[in-house]
Design a protein around this ligand. Structure first.
Ligand code: DP6
Length: 322
């Protein structure tokens, strides 16, 4: 293999119907389908350089040397697929405002899957790229594509991957992220979902209702019915957080300010503005809205939050080489 350096860019995605629970931990096979929107504003650029002189992989995140066992085992997977033994330098830069807490494993592993597989001489199609990204972090399999993307859960390594649902979004949708500081280190999504599957008495109901949520959400997207899309997304997010509250031991990702943000969105809705919230495994609140309402929504949120805490995104593209 010739020594080769490749750089890829992948964007984060926000799940509207969430992935929350695995049926296979090692292969990262989810319990339910999920559906997300890839965002343009936050992304990761990753350069992978295989070099015969190296004695181990070296990983830099935002120009700082990191020791990350997950990256190493992901690189081992790439090496076994490409049938090579060469180590690599991995240089990853997150393009999100510092301290925003929006850096995501989705953009990280989608960019790494693309850069590492290309640099290793593998010429993966998007399905196989999605399968590979999934092995790094489940949500990453959706960031291979732009726009609305569905992760079809499947049952094994071969049939669990994302497919595009509506790649070119001809709809003025925006996502306004409200960046909140978390005081304590919260439970990771990996551990959180594991605990929920093992102990929430409501888990089966989650799996059953997610299927309906996905099919209703797809109809709403195709009909460009924003209120229906927002309603389903908000309900699905709250259902996920209800699982966390019902786990043993129970946990949650909310900060007091998360609840304040959610209340403000509900108040905006009462005044006739279409906007809905969703939260992942952290305190930040993401507001789904239409572009025409962004100014009014920002005005209301600015009564509590500073302008630096409000970050606007639109639908974004899939993974690319740069
Ligand atoms: C709440 O993809 O970070 O954001 O597969 O264990 O790496 P692992 O988990 P991860 O979980 C994301 C959970 C979520 C919902 C979602 O993105 O679907």
């Amino acid at each position: 293999m010739k020594s080769c350096s490749v750089t890829a860019r992948a964007h984060t995605n926000i799940a509207l119907v969430k992935y929350w629970g695995k049926k296979n931990q090692e292969l990262i096979i989810p319990m339910n389908n999920s559906l997300s929107l890839t965002l343009d504003h936050f992304y990761t650029d990753t350069t992978v350089t295989f070099d015969k002189e190296l004695e181990h992989d070296t990983f830099y995140l935002n120009n700082k040397l990191k020791d990350d066992p997950k990256i190493k085992s992901f690189m081992n997977l790439v090496r076994s697929l490409a049938n090579i033994k060469t180590f690599a330098t991995i240089d990853s830069v997150n393009h999100v405002p510092t301290q925003a807490g929006l850096a995501s494993s989705a953009s990280a592993y989608a960019a790494l899957a693309k850069a590492a597989s290309c640099a290793a001489g593998l010429n993966l199609n998007k399905t196989n790229l999605s399968r590979l990204a999934r092995r790094g972090s489940g949500s990453a399999c959706r960031s291979i594509y732009g726009g609305f993307v569905e992760w079809q859960q499947g049952t094994n390594d071969t049939d669990s991957y994302a497919v595009p649902f509506l790649e070119n979004v001809d709809w003025d949708i925006s996502v306004l992220a409200i960046v909140l500081n978390s005081k304590e280190k919260k439970i990771t999504s990996r551990l959180g979902m594991q605990s929920v599957v093992a102990s929430s008495p409501y888990y089966q109901a989650w799996v059953e209702t997610c299927q309906q949520n996905i099919s209703d959400l797809k109809k709403a997207i195709l009909a460009r019915n924003f209120d229906e899309m927002g309603r389903i997304s908000e309900e699905n997010a709250m259902k996920m957080h209800a699982l966390n509250l019902s786990a043993s031991p129970h946990f949650n990702y909310f900060e007091p300010e998360s609840l304040i943000a959610m209340r403000l969105v509900e108040e905006l809705r009462q005044t006739g503005i279409s906007c809905y919230y969703t939260l992942d495994a952290g305190p930040n609140v993401k507001v789904l809205c239409l572009r025409k309402d962004v100014t009014a929504i920002k005005k209301k949120l600015s009564t509590v939050f500073s302008p630096e805490q409000l970050l606007l995104s639109s639908p974004g593209p899939g993974v690319t080489l740069i």
